[in-house]
Design a binder for this molecule. Structure first.
Ligand code: ATP
Length: 265
């Protein structure tokens, strides 16, 4: 483990903090061992590493889907359990995780973001409908609200799930590969939206294999490989040494010079 960036950290109580986190699956496989990092609020953080490095596992631990065997995750200064109970954690899934054949309208998907705020019967209030419409217009998808989710393009689907996170008013937003299958224009729209959300003081953790554009919009980077290898501001963490350690030979196929020079700017 090298070059871990400790940031000076008064604000970390408000973001995501993992301390010596170990996650072991039921079959006994330890996917993350002794992983520590901190991310303040008001930041967009890239989560990068090779396939199987533990990115999704970290997301699952933050969402309380898998138990943390050792260590602790704190979100916005509280336990994962409390943050989930307060409905503060929103998740934008990878496309492959969603059953697109499920017959549900765009506005229904976004309304799911409001469930935590509704009563037992889940009867949407006027405020819920307004929140859904406002979230859909923020991602430029209001005109599609009566469409079946399965009828949308890849980029449109991503925007609908982002709208669900907005309707939920998630303060910790986890995005799993938000740019897979989206065109350049949609990617730009998503990045602009993430910047707005950052400026509102939310904290975003973005799992991405798109190393080329990462330095343009991620203030911080966390590198994983069965643990956290390094974390901190992108300009000091997104370095050739750290990338080589995280990706090894895979990097031979990727020209990182451009990305590194962007990170250094
Ligand atoms: N439910 C599970 N049970 C047992 N092992 C699992 C489970 N889910 C994932 N793993 C293992 O844990 C390790 C980390 O997997 P994870 O899905 O977190 O990686 P990832 O970094 O998200 O990869 P990718 O880039 O391919 O999405 C892998 O070795 C994987 O095989």
């Amino acid at each position: 483990m090298k070059d871990i960036q400790q940031f000076a950290t008064s604000d970390t109580s408000g973001g995501i903090a993992a301390e010596a986190v170990t996650v072991t699956y039921r079959n006994g496989h330890t996917a993350l061992r002794n992983a520590s990092f901190e991310v303040p609020r008001g930041t967009i953080t890239a989560l990068i590493g090779v396939n199987g490095a533990g990115k999704s596992t970290l997301f699952k631990a933050i969402m309380g889907f898998v138990p943390v065997a050792k260590g602790e995750i704190r979100l916005l200064g509280m336990s994962v359990k409390d943050a989930l109970r307060k409905n503060l954690v929103a998740y934008v899934p990878q496309s492959e995780e969603v059953d697109w054949a499920f017959p549900v309208l765009v506005e229904d998907v976004v309304m799911m973001g409001r469930y935590g705020k509704m009563g037992f019967l889940r009867r949407p209030s006027k405020a819920d409908h307004e929140a859904v419409n406002s979230a859909l217009s923020r991602v430029n998808m209001l005109d599609f609200r009566h469409r079946q989710i399965g009828e949308l393009s890849g980029g449109q689907k991503k925007r609908v799930f982002l709208a669900r996170a907005l309707a939920q008013d998630g303060q910790v937003i986890l995005l799993d590969e938000p740019f897979t299958g989206v065109d350049v224009k949609t990617e730009e729209q998503i990045i602009n939206l993430l910047r707005e959300l950052r400026d509102e003081g939310r904290v975003m953790l973005v799992s991405t294999h798109n190393l080329g554009t990462l330095p343009e919009f991620c203030d911080r980077t966390v590198l994983v490989k069965g643990t956290v290898l390094a974390y901190g501001p992108t300009e000091t963490t997104f370095t050739r040494d750290n990338l080589e350690e995280a990706f090894g030979g895979v990097l031979r196929h990727f020209s990182i010079s451009d990305a590194l020079s962007k990170a250094a700017q």
